[in-house]
Write a protein that binds this ligand. Structure first.
Ligand code: DGT
Ligand code: CA
Ligand code: CA
Ligand code: ZN
Length: 575
């Protein structure tokens, strides 16, 4: 562990001790130790090597021992135990501006508050103002501090930040000092939600780049401004970091800050096993007698090659085996947006869509789709203006007529998004469903069934001969509504056994079934349909977000139903 991390650890021990109500002498010893390390005049490593830490004023024998242990092993039992003895929520309260260990301890001891939510409730109920040493004013401050924290802590849907990222990258790349610019982090890995944005620039002249970044009109607050790193917070709370490095370091830094942390751990282990240490700065030999350090790579491909690895696309860098696969040249050839030939599960004005059937088909043709599947809501979804039998059959006729007219190059499939009723039956008689080209079966009501009942319900729908595919399996709305309780592996088993497709709902709010399940399921033969769930012509393009998640789920073209040509898709739907 390096000096800065050790200082952080000592500071945290001091806080933990104070939280626990320990003797002030005890926690001040750690505070003083941290200060002493911070203001050290001699070289820290030398002091440790020569066992002279105790010479430093403020560091006694017991503390010196702990510092040495941290330095050598990166771990400290004492710290781990101490940390485990305090509820995580109590530590979270320390992040509220103006709250220190002393105050938090009062909440903990007097009101048994162990989380931010409980603290918020106590403020709202006026209980904090009644505590000795607090008043209405400090209670208000704490409450607004919590509200800010919640706003700034929040995550964002990937698609929400995309325009922002494009704008910043365009701006950065237009600066004459900028050689290369990328957005790394979870954004580059196409994670369904992102916490903050991590920009990276290669430049020999960081100052003007940092000046541009910190002066962007959307910036609400500059939280850091340096020559290697600056940080800003935008209106609405989104945080952005910018790091500027020399070109020679760029691809190492890009790889490091793309992450994920878990991926980086695996990469560093592999590097070490080959005698190299890999970091955001570059790569160097661990031992002097090793070949000369490698100074530069011109791409991430070359970086991976250094360690005998094939290129790992950012979407796969989640530390779930990708490094192993890359070492055996066994990574999948991932599906691409261009592979998609048509889309299913789209709504029109017949139910709750914004555009007519004709408008949707015209747009599908413009986008170059070979086919378009229309699946409006079924009759039980009255809140979404679900179709009666007559309306559905009317729409079916209109679609047949449109296809026969050859007015558009895009073929239209007539389907429905059929509600899965509480008992697992479908929302229309079989005779009606059999008229259609396909059926997307989805759960829209009775969301609070217990896991066993919900799982049985969905499996029953999958066993229905008219069901083609399962819509938005978990019902989650990202950052808004949790998935309903359902046993996903069992549902996957049933889909495979009954030769049914599972949708990857590509609405940026859903991205459901979650990418984490796809790799294993597809290996076992599950077919995926990447469906935009479009309620307007603009949303037809949302299939792109589904493709990104499909890639995170290791999906290849052959596992994606709507990457197949019209002829094959028609044959599948007929059979
Ligand atoms: P986010 O922002 O929560 O959506 O997720 P990320 O992955 O963008 O995480 P962030 O912004 O904290 O850091 C960006 C990348 O930097 C992360 O994916 C890997 C790298 N990184 C950050 N902190 C560490 C660390 O402590 N250890 C390692 N190995 N890598 C780190
Ligand atoms: Ca990030
Ligand atoms: Ca970050
Ligand atoms: Zn739906």
């Amino acid at each position: 562990m390096d000096k800065a991390s050790i200082i952080g650890c000592l500071e945290e021990i001091a806080v933990l001790l104070e939280l626990k109500g320990e003797n002030p002498f005890k926690f001040r010893a750690y505070e003083n130790g941290a200060r002493a390390l911070e203001t050290l005049e001699e070289n820290f490593e030398t002091l440790i090597d020569e066992k002279r830490l105790t010479d430093v004023s403020g560091i006694g024998a017991a503390l010196a021992e702990k510092i040495e242990t941290l330095y050598k092993t990166g771990k400290l039992d004492y710290y781990d135990k101490l940390k485990a003895s305090v509820p995580a929520g109590v530590l979270e309260m320390l992040e509220v501006p103006g709250l220190g260990a002393k105050k938090v301890r009062v909440f903990y001891e007097k009101l048994k508050i162990t989380s931010l939510e409980e603290l918020k409730e106590a403020c709202e109920a006026g209980k904090i103002a009644e505590l000795p040493g607090f008043g209405a004013k400090s209670q208000d401050n704490i409450l607004s501090g919590i509200n800010h924290l919640e706003a700034y802590r929040k995550r964002y849907m990937w698609a929400t930040v995309e325009p922002q990222v494009e704008a910043v990258l365009t701006g950065l790349r237009a600066l004459p000092e900028v050689e290369l610019a990328e957005c790394a982090g979870s954004f580059r890995r196409k994670l369904e939600t992102v916490g903050d944005l991590d920009f990276l620039v290669a430049s020999e002249a960081p100052e003007p780049v940092m000046d541009w970044f910190t002066r962007m009109p959307e910036v609400e607050k500059v939280t850091g401004h340096g020559t290697t790193k600056s940080s800003v917070r935008l209106e609405g709370g989104l945080q952005m970091d910018l790091r500027v490095v020399p070109k020679a370091q760029f691809f190492f830094a890009l790889h490091h800050f793309t992450g994920s942390k878990e991926h980086n751990v695996k990469m560093r282990q592999r590097a070490l096993s080959q005698g190299f240490s890999l970091s955001e700065w570059g790569v160097k030999a661990v031992h002097e007698d090793h070949p000369a350090p490698i100074q530069e790579v011109d791409s991430e491909e070359e970086l991976f090659q250094l360690f005998g690895l094939h290129y790992i696309p950012p979407e796969l860098r989640e530390g779930v085996g990708e490094v192993d696969y890359a070492s055996h040249d066994a990574l999948p050839k991932l599906v691409k947006p261009e592979d998609i030939r048509g889309v299913f599960h789209n709504h029109t004005t017949a139910s709750d869509g914004k555009n007519t059937l004709e408008a949707m088909v015209a747009e599908a043709e413009r986008l170059g789709f070979e086919y378009l599947g229309i699946a409006d809501h079924s009759k039980s979804s009255f809140q979404a203006n679900g179709l009666s039998e007559e309306k559905l059959l009317e729409q079916l006729k209109a679609i047949r007529k449109l296809n026969a007219s050859k007015q558009y190059k895009t073929h239209v499939f007539a389907g429905v998004e059929c509600d899965i009723l509480k008992d697992g039956s479908l929302d229309y008689e079989d005779a009606v469903l059999e008229e259609l080209d396909y059926v997307v079966a989805s759960v829209h009501n009775a969301l609070t069934l217990d896991e066993a009942a919900m799982t049985r319900r969905i499996i029953r729908a999958l066993e229905h001969p008219c069901t083609t595919m399962l819509g938005h399996l978990s019902g989650r709305l990202l950052l808004k509504r949790e998935a309903y309780t359902v046993n996903i592996p069992k549902v996957i088993d049933a889909a495979i056994a009954n030769k049914k497709i599972i949708e990857l709902n590509a609405s940026p709010k859903r991205l459901d079934m979650d990418w984490r399940y796809w790799h294993k399921a597809a290996d076992r033969g599950l077919l995926c349909s990447i469906n935009p769930d479009a309620h307007s012509i603009e949303q037809l393009k949302n299939y792109r977000y589904g493709v990104y998640c499909a890639r995170k789920g290791w999906l290849q073209k052959c596992s994606v139903f709507n990457a197949r040509p019209l002829k094959e898709v028609s044959a599948f739907l007929r059979g």
